[in-house]
Design a protein around this ligand. Sequence first.
Ligand code: SF4
Length: 211
Amino acid sequence: MKSMLPVVELFHSLQGEGAHAGRSAFFIRLASCQVGCPWCDTKNSWSKDNHPEKNIMYLSEEAAKARAAGAAFVVITGGEPLHHNLDPLCTTIRQVTTSKEKETMPIHIETSGVDLITGNPNWITLSPKRHSPPRQEALQRCHELKVVIHGKDDLIFAEAMKLRMKRKNKPLLFLQPGWNCHEGQKLAFEFVKSHPIWRLSMQTHKWLGVS
Ligand code: SF4
């Protein structure tokens, strides 16, 4: 069992994006990403060599402390968190954060969908990339699909991702303009207006200037 993972940062904040935006959450940002999006805002997480390995028990205890301080769920993000097998970490988080009422702390994962899903997450945010499309499993299992919009091709990609889902119950569908991208803001806004199955996601933490 892998008991150490490379960690970029741990922090208790509010989820800024998607369906859970505005909720108190504890973030575990793991290092390592080979997807290589040009507009990535966490490029410092790409290499795992620059970041210390932390024990999964330590990470779980930090999650438990955050829960005691009000965090409603854990978000495991990156980097691409599913480059790692998350089974050991998620099992330990569930053991350590179980409350007196026997409720485990929900675990959310934010992924581009290029890897197998591990950790049995309670919530999967799939943010697929045009240049590195997701596995079918991620499209079938995600709870929300969030596509970053910079230009018209991204809207076409978003619709193609929706159509690739062979499932009765569609997840929540979000278009999220790239940060500081006026074109993306305009396109996403107008598209959502005329395609009500989609919703707009804004990076509220960036507007607030917080992590
Ligand atoms: S998948 Fe995420 S972490 Fe990796 S390069 Fe793209 S935006 Fe950055």
